[in-house]
Design a protein around this ligand. Structure first.
Ligand SMILES: Nc1ncnc2c1ncn2[C@@H]1O[C@H](COP(=O)(O)OP(=O)(O)OP(=O)(O)O)[C@@H](O)[C@H]1O
Ligand SMILES: [Mg+2]
Length: 224
């Protein structure tokens, strides 16, 4: 069985009297350990799909099975628990908390999960070291470069040891060289952490670093 299985997924947005139908019967199978890129024109629904996979938004019709969880039908409280335990997110804009240090940002998911501080600190430190920021622990996001901020976001996404990594245009805001370094890091972290990864991107180099590329168009996924 696939690790992630999406069947007949439908999602529309209602804006006043109008309905915008974004996902229209989308099917997707992702094997455990696979690193999948999703490409497609701006506005086709890549972010919408990632939000649904991570339980950040609710679907209209269809099913999303991730591991043993039927994500589409979990009650709200269970969705939050599922997300915290199993899903790591990296967004285009890192969404780090500006008033907290790199270390505090990276350990935040563990703190929210009420893990003991010394253990959280050690884990977050180790991950920040791994992403190349061992000497930036006390820097706040505003004192870090864009690439460094995104490295903190990657550490934060992985600190709970998720099984699924969802990345939405993770290097969209970076220069080419910095982006390429990040692509390499994402690939390495994917392998080291035994992740299954779904990455929405406009970047052909990131897409080609993935195991498989699918194109989102007309509300469904197609071979790219
Ligand atoms: N909360 C919302 N309410 C109404 N419409 C929305 C909402 N979120 C997204 N949309 C619309 O749904 C469509 C798909 O948006 P989405 O953000 O998923 O596209 P995308 O493929 O990620 O685009 P990009 O490559 O620019 O990030 C767009 O037309 C967008 O305007
Ligand atoms: Mg998007």
């Amino acid at each position: 069985m696939a690790f992630l299985e999406v069947s007949s997924l439908h999602k529309s947005y209602r804006i006043g009297a109008a309905t915008l139908s974004v996902l229209r019967g989308l099917d997707l199978l992702v094997e455990k350990g696979e690193m999948l890129a999703i490409v497609g024109a701006s506005g086709v629904g890549k972010s919408t799909l990632l939000h649904l996979l991570g339980g950040l938004d609710t679907l209209d019709e269809g099913t999303i099975q991730i591991g043993h969880a039927d994500v589409g039908s979990l009650p709200d409280a269970d969705i939050v628990a599922f997300r915290n335990a199993h899903v790591g997110f990296v967004f285009q804009f890192h969404h780090l908390l500006p008033e907290f240090s790199a270390l505090e940002n990276a350990e935040m998911p563990l703190r929210i999960a009420r893990r003991p501080l010394p253990e959280s600190r050690l884990q977050a430190k180790a991950l920040l070291g791994r992403v190349g920021l061992g000497d930036r622990l006390t820097h706040r996001p505003g004192m870090l470069s864009g690439g460094e901020q995104q490295r903190v976001a990657i550490a934060r996404a992985l600190v709970m040891h998720p099984s699924l990594l969802l990345a939405d245009e993770p290097t969209g805001d970076l220069d080419e060289h910095t982006a390429d370094d990040l692509h390499l890091l994402i690939r390495e972290m994917h392998r080291e952490h035994g992740l299954t990864s779904v990455i929405a991107t406009h970047n052909p180099r990131l897409a080609s670093a993935c195991d498989r590329v699918l194109r989102l168009a007309d509300g469904r996924l197609w071979a790219a």
